[in-house]
Write a new protein. Structure first.
Length: 117
């Protein structure tokens, strides 16, 4: 099972940008469908973006982030990224990296993103 470690969170002003990174261990990273989820205080965890396995660039996004966020993966580096632009206060949440293949479902520990003036 792949181990996931997120980084890149922090405090940013509205309209700003952040790039989250997720480093994965394991030799079958490219087989995993990778995604980013987030959970705001008092709310359920929700899917933000997902990218297909292998060399796929097929991605899907939550309506709330379409046009602002971009997910990408680098299989050579065992990494997945989330570029977040035009950030809004409602984007404030803990962001989690997720990897799935078959019945395996791995999560990172999360990284806090706070959007505030």
């Amino acid at each position: 099972q792949v181990q996931l470690v997120e980084s890149g969170g922090g405090l940013v002003q509205p309209g700003g940008s952040l790039r989250l990174s997720c480093a994965a261990s394991g030799s079958i990273f490219r087989s995993y469908v990778m995604g980013w989820y987030r959970q705001a205080p008092g709310k359920q965890r929700e899917l933000v973006a997902v990218v297909g396995s292998g060399g796929s660039t097929t991605a899907a996004y939550a309506d709330s982030v379409k046009g602002r966020f971009t997910i990408s993966r680098d299989n050579a580096k065992n990494a997945v990224y989330l570029q977040m632009n035009s950030l809004k206060p409602e984007d404030t949440a803990v962001y989690y990296c997720n990897g799935r293949v078959g019945l395996l479902d791995s999560w990172g520990q999360g990284t806090q993103v706070t959007v505030s003036a």
